[in-house]
Design a protein around this ligand. Structure first.
Ligand SMILES: [Zn+2]
Length: 72
């Protein structure tokens, strides 16, 4: 008789656990963003959010500098 209820409670417990896991995934997102920002201008060390930003920055700010391998 109480089996159904216990099952239901177990389900709720699992759902709460999942929510907790979802909350911790924010950190993973942050880490991913930090990894993206590892791209820095090889001339002035300014952080670049992605390759295309870096490329236009490089062409605008350091047109005479040799193109870094990341942009070739
Ligand atoms: Zn630069």
């Amino acid at each position: 008789m109480s089996r159904g209820l216990a099952k239901q409670q177990a389900k709720e417990k699992a759902a709460k656990k999942n929510q907790k896991l979802k909350g911790s995934s924010k950190h993973d997102h942050k880490a991913a963003r930090a990894a993206q920002l590892k791209l820095v201008c090889s001339v002035c060390r300014a952080p670049m959010s992605d390759k295309s930003v870096y490329k236009s920055h490089f062409q605008a700010k350091h047109p005479k500098a040799p193109t870094p391998p990341e942009l070739q």
